[in-house]
Design a protein around this ligand. Structure first.
Ligand code: ATP
Ligand code: ZN
Length: 292
């Protein structure tokens, strides 16, 4: 009998592919090419990567073809507009960030959602757009397009578009301006409705725990400094996103050492403020791994 293997669905190529693989590698899973391009094997654990188009990932995971999947929240929401996605999402992964925006031609006199009532809006996200229109109490014609949505107004196929934006350059190039934020998105880890079979439960838990560790440690820093005891509260408040720092006595009774994990980047401005509040010998170290 062949040993059971956990399956994780990932995007084969595209904007999420590289970062998904980085997450997997960062979790200590060594991926090698399997029998074909569709399948990668993890050589050091009983895990396979199913490499597919991102649009197929929600269905594969929902059908229990893969126990876990990495997909954009936008794609998940479009596939399951009426489901409670919090039941499917295991965690947010912090990459693949983008926004779905309503955009209109530069010359369009936009006064609010009602300005697009009765107009034609081109999008690859008809379900999400439909929900947004209904939330705003308006109706409009949805022109569904697989891609190239941004050229629709110029081609007189639509009056406005609803499309993914990360920098906004594409909109600008096409003489469009964003006017409404419809959805914020990032990559998410999703799980199948069935629990993994008992043989795989520990592998499943390990993957989730390690993904969590990798995600939390991305951008996180370990900060150490000395501080005057009487400015301790002020200084701790300045340390970005630190839960409960460790305070240690120093030989000089008026001073303490502070060690803290910051869950976000530490910028020069923060260091300047810490310094001004009396901190000294400030060290900021990268965190390679973190197990919360
Ligand atoms: P596939 O061939 O797998 O169907 P695709 O062409 O549908 O790929 P990509 O362009 O690779 O999709 O984008 C995948 C996901 O990356 C998007 O669904 C979204 O979650 C995320 N993303 C991040 N930034 C952007 C962006 N600027 N434009 C589009 N998608 C983005
Ligand atoms: Zn796609």
């Amino acid at each position: 009998m062949t040993e059971p293997r956990l399956r994780i669905a990932v995007q084969k190529s595209g904007r999420l592919a590289e970062r998904s693989l980085e997450l997997i590698t960062g979790a200590g899973l060594r991926a090698i090419r399997g029998a074909n391009e569709l399948l990668y094997r993890i050589e050091n654990h009983p895990i396979d990567l199913l490499r597919v188009r991102d649009d197929d990932i929600p269905t594969f995971v929902d059908d229990n073809v893969a126990e876990l999947g990495i997909v954009g929240y936008n794609v998940l929401k479009e596939h399951f507009p009426d489901k409670d996605l919090e039941e499917i999402i295991v965690m947010r992964l912090g990459f693949g960030k983008c926004t779905l925006k309503l955009a209109v031609p530069i010359g369009f006199d936009y006064q609010g959602p009602q300005s697009v009532a009765g107009k034609r809006i081109a999008t690859s996200y008809p379900n999400i757009l439909k929900a947004w229109l209904s939330d705003n109490g308006i109706t409009a014609d949805i022109v569904e397009m697989r891609g190239g949505v941004e050229v629709a107004p110029r081609m007189h196929i639509a009056d406005a578009i609803c499309d993914l934006v990360s920098t906004g350059t594409t909109l600008e190039v096409n003489n469009l301006k964003p006017v409404e934020l419809v959805l914020k998105s990032e990559a998410v880890l999703i799980k199948a409705p069935h629990a993994p079979q008992p043989d795989l439960a520990h592998i499943y838990d390990m993957v989730v725990r390690r993904f969590d560790g990798v995600t939390k440690s991305t951008g996180a820093k370990y900060v150490m400094m000395n501080a005057p005891r009487d400015h301790l509260d002020e200084i701790i408040n300045l340390i970005p996103g630190s839960g409960s720092p460790t305070i240690m006595n120093l030989v000089d009774p008026s001073m303490v050492a502070i060690h803290a994990v910051c869950d976000e980047s530490v910028f020069w401005e923060t260091l300047d403020r810490l310094k001004a509040a009396g901190a000294s010998a400030i060290l900021v170290l990268p965190i390679e791994k973190m197990m919360p």
